[in-house]
Design a protein around this ligand. Sequence first.
Ligand code: SIN
Length: 300
Amino acid sequence: MGSLAVDLFGKTLKNPVMNASGTLGYGVEIEPLWPVETMGAYVTKGLSAAPHHGNPTPRVWEERSGMINSIGLQNVGVDRFFSHYFPFFVERRCPVIVNFFGFSEEEYLSCAKSIEPHDLIVALEMNLSCPNIKKGGISFGKEASAVHAIVRAVRGVTKLPLIAKLTPEVKNLVEIARAAYEGGADGLTLINTVPAAAVDVKNRKVPLKGGLSGPLLKPVALRAVHECSQAVPIPVIGVGGIMNTGDALEFLMAGARAVQVGTATFVDPFAMPKIIAGLDCWLDASGCADISAIVGATHG
Ligand code: SIN
């Protein structure tokens, strides 16, 4: 039997599959269907220093090629997550990546500072890329100098490994990736959703503007992973339209150390366990002893 285990920031994850932030609630919701520790790590919904209500409805829109969301970063706040939900992951020994954001540099710093290191916390994932809020988030993620400055500032207040989650909505993503690395990021998550709109012909309205996710995004994300993983010497986590085992393999071969699954879970709540089982079968069938051996295998 081959090994699905991957090393990420000094920790060993049992497999390279995790949820994309915000697509698996607070983890407890999936438990009636499959054990959360089936995944290599659970990624939290984006947390902020204070709780946040998010945007009015409608917030999601199904598209032929995926979905558009504009949740507006609704979350219970970082303190509530740790007092109320984190014990669930401790009980199950499930590694956690804490996604967080701020509406200002001060809010990023205060949120990062408040998160104590714990043996189950793999890393903090800084959201520099939400398309659904007017200030903060994406405004930090679009300029290399702003990315460098915010990552450096957060780097200064936490000892936890720091991942920058980036938007593809920039002129030169490789330049932004380098800025994150030079600012002190230990890893990158590529990519967040791309700005999109839905049109309701019957009512002659634009019911939703938000971030597009799903299969349409996959080639865009693969290019980002492929180029950025060659440009910076830190692990890249690939996300964007991964619907099945074949898609996950493409991301790993393009250079991703791990992958995140988002929209697929809305189509099939068992998508993640199926992808993990599929990777296991692929290892056996291909005679590959270790999934890490295929990371960046297309680079040669
Ligand atoms: C949201 O909460 O609006 C989505 C978060 C994101 O896309 O970063």
